[in-house]
Design a protein around this ligand. Sequence first.
Ligand code: PLP
Length: 401
Amino acid sequence: MRFSPFVERITGQGVAAWDIHHAAFDAQRDGEDVIILSVGDPDFPTPDFITDAAVHALKNGDTHYTDIAGRPSLRQAIAARYTERLGRPVQSGNVIMVAGAQNALFITSLCLLQAGDEVIALDPMYVTYEATLNASGATLVRETCDADDGFRPDIGRVAAAITSRTRAIFLSNPNNPTGVMLRTEELQAIADLASAHDLWVVVDEVYESLCYEREHVSLASLPGMQNRCVIIGSLSKSHAMTGWRIGWIIAAPALIGHAETLMLSMLYGLPGFVMEAALAAVLAHDDVTSGMCEIYRRRRDLMVDALSDCPGIRVLKPDAGMFVLVDVRGTGLSSLDFAWRLFREARVSVLDAAAFGEPAQGFVRLSFTLGEDRLIEACLRIRDFVGKTRMARPLSVASTC
Ligand SMILES: Cc1ncc(COP(=O)(O)O)c(C=O)c1O
């Protein structure tokens, strides 16, 4: 039987990146002492009052079809939060509820792009971006953020990558895997390029509440961005709600209308009880996120401190998010070999960051979604593994690191 070329477009190296995670997960299920740092799923339970809102709704018969674009009360609550964040009025008509940020990216990509278009994305990028953008038929143009520049974008190079076929720039701010949060000048420069070349800018802000160095600035708050900037958000990371599959798109009403038509044929709306839980979560946004943010900050500092003086590796301190990147080139191993050997020999699973894009070749990504004791144990195992690996190398190679 034949399949459409579409099925080829939605495979990418991002899919294979999870092999090590699945292997670690299986080993843990078999009772092995594995420390899993390969996924960005918060270890906190979803706060009780949020779960209670869903249970209450379920028990009261909230088990039927709902509004395709999302419950008006929820869209209104999200619009009110973004009115505050962006410093300009955001209405319910600027908001559509979808099944998580991943779903939001997919819908946005299909609504904005088509074959023949080019879409620029800052590289490294979240693993599923490649398939998500390719699904539209557009050509993905990876714009390198060099490791030597701390994975920050070179705006001159972004400008040079724009052609008459470019339709959009996609980025996540803060970034996964690098944890880089863009400065206002960088956001402004991207906004200026978008205005000058009549482009959409799609900004994935799923980590906006986990910023450790300074306040998050949304590109959508900059002048002239109201109609061309699309913001992607979700409750997955901010409220420890990855399994609830709920997120949103904030955009001009015309795009929201097209997204609604697509939602109608894809999902026909979200579950009502999930939206009731989301409403409770959004109304208590700061109360929930400030406590979690402090815990993640402590864990980040702990990991950076625990690995910073380990010979052979270099740890990067992220501005935001729930991941630390570690440069393992000094061990003489590729990042893929490092990840697999670390898993096999020390029972710690991390991701080869090269799966997020070529600029992260030689780096591995560690999540800090475990308690402090486990993170300390993971860092000890990593130090021990790196030490043994260096000892086992020929002297001429080891001495050059
Ligand atoms: C940058 C980025 N965007 C989107 C997602 C997907 O989020 P959601 O669970 O809301 O679909 C992730 C998940 O790790 C992510 O890191």
